[in-house]
Design a protein around this ligand. Structure first.
Ligand code: GDP
Ligand code: IMO
Ligand code: MG
Length: 427
């Protein structure tokens, strides 16, 4: 069985942990979108891994890892990540493949990301400054793009980079009065990137189709979350890729028909990093309580995450567009100690109630949340290993989410460790 794991909120739902758990029964794990803006955490015993580009399956020594064409790859980050795993005794040789069509994030993308955000002032998107938007823009624009295959011919790439840097310098100088970037510095870095990464560069579409024909089990790992999807999220406060499961097929060349399970990951509440609408946000003591108990600080940028109640309208929408047939709910343990829990079951917009999430910023900004209130629990859930051991109030909370979202919850997270997840059979 092939499966796809995708975030149903605004990212950081716990995808890394869920992928690591499911990877035990898979042969290949594929990252198909986003770039080093992602930060996926895997905790095994006392060791914590934060992965930005490598699929979370990388921590399992026999799992094959693939970075698909839809990823924008920052070679410096990837090389650091490979080294980091090596220090933990985890080698990737002969089990790691990078798409020759994946686009490359270079220094001028990060510069452009920063310059643009700075110039926008209070209208900024709140990006991770990892060069994501500028790199995807160059991909769509075509004329100034670098792909992984280009590293195979450094002589040709040198000329290309000189050309691109001359163009970027004109642009950054005129727009932002920025200091010029030196092409020679980037070329020097690219020589090292080529040496380290070309051995992994292949046609991953061919590789994946042959593997599927050979009955290998493939797990597709989404990055970011469906509400950050470029087309279906809260535009313009989104990322620059199709971060919902709709991005999977285009991001690796495997169509959705070849995937049986679409697993949506959610937190038992909601978080968001960066700017943008967040209807259930609790910018108050409740939000602070959740941030403190859930350690809600960004894996990539360290920024404090905004916290709020579970938004079932938003999750129902993400599940719907993503063909989600199972939900993995993480961080149920974090809600301990809150007297009354709220779940947003509808929005009221201009006096009319709706249960269909409006991705349009103007309509969404008018949404007033209609909440269902449930009693909380005081019991510590972190040691629970069986769904039957959950306090009745926690069971009721899961049932309320399932009822509104209309998708069964098949995994429940009760702590950050690999061992702190309860799998639940659908009856
Ligand atoms: P991802 O980007 O979706 O992979 O999520 P992140 O790794 O950015 O953020 C999720 C955070 O929650 C990480 O620090 C995880 O270790 C942690 N985490 C995951 N599942 C649980 C859970 O069930 N309970 C608690 N308390 N922490 C969890
Ligand atoms: P994972 O995979 C949470 C957010 C940024 C910003 C917006 C655009 O760990 O869930 P970008 O740098 O992509 O141009 O920023 O998207 N963002 C994320 N938020 N988790 C992520 O990834 C994110 N990747 C991007 O904070 O609001
Ligand atoms: Mg994350």
């Amino acid at each position: 069985m092939n499966c796809c794991v995708v975030g149903l909120q605004w990212g950081d739902e716990g995808k890394g942990k869920v992928v690591d758990i499911l990877a035990e029964n898979c042969d290949i794990v594929v990252r198909y979108g986003g770039g080093a803006n992602a930060g996926h955490t895997v905790v095994i015993g006392d060791t914590k891994y934060a992965l930005h580009l490598l699929p979370s399956g990388a921590v399992r020594k026999s799992t094959v890892c693939v970075i698909g064409n839809g990823v924008v790859l920052d070679p410096a980050v990837l090389i650091d990540e490979i080294e980091m795993l090596k220090k933990h005794g985890i080698e990737l040789e002969s089990r790691f493949f990078i798409s020759e069509n994946a686009h490359v994030v270079l220094d001028y993308h990060k510069t452009e990301d920063r310059l643009r955000e700075e110039s926008l002032g209070k209208n900024k998107i709140g990006t991770t400054i990892r060069g994501i938007g500028p790199c995807y823009a160059d991909k769509i624009g075509r004329s100034y793009a670098v792909r992984m295959a280009d590293f195979r011919d450094m002589a040709k790439l040198e000329g290309k980079i000189e050309n691109i840097v001359a163009y970027k310098n004109k642009l950054f100088g005129a727009m932002y009065k920025a200091e010029p970037i030196k092409a020679a510095d980037i070329i020097e870095k690219c020589r090292n990137f080529a040496k380290a990464l070309v051995p992994y560069v292949v046609d991953t579409t061919q590789y994946l189709h042959e593997a599927i024909d050979a009955k290998k089990r493939v797990l597709f790992e989404g990055a970011q979350g469906s509400l950050l999807d470029l087309d279906f999220g809260t535009f313009p406060y989104v990322t620059s890729s199709n971060a919902s499961s709709l991005g999977m097929a285009a991001g690796c060349g495997v169509p959705a028909q070849m995937v049986e399970r679409f697993i949506g990951v959610v937190k038992a509440y909601a978080t968001r990093v960066g700017e943008g609408p967040f209807p259930t946000e609790q910018d108050n003591a409740t939000g602070e309580y959740i941030r403190d108990k859930g350690h809600e600080y960004g894996t990539t940028t360290g920024r404090a995450r905004r916290c709020g109640w579970f938004d079932a309208v938003a999750v129902k929408y993400s599940a719907r567009i993503g063909a989600i047939n199972e939900i993995a709910m993480m961080h149920l343990d974090t809600l301990k100690g809150i007297k009354e829990l709220k779940i947003c079951r509808a929005y009221s917009i201009d006096g009319k109630e709706t249960t269909f999430f409006p991705s349009d910023a103007v309509r969404l900004s008018k949404a007033q949340c209609v909440y269902e209130t449930l009693p909380g629990w005081d019991e510590d859930l972190t040691g629970i290993t069986n769904i039957d051991q959950l306090p009745q109030a926690a069971k009721n909370y899961l049932a309320a989410v399932e009822k509104i979202v209309n998708v069964p919850i098949t995994m429940v997270g009760v702590g950050p460790k690999r061992s702190q997840a309860i799998e639940r059979k659908i009856s």
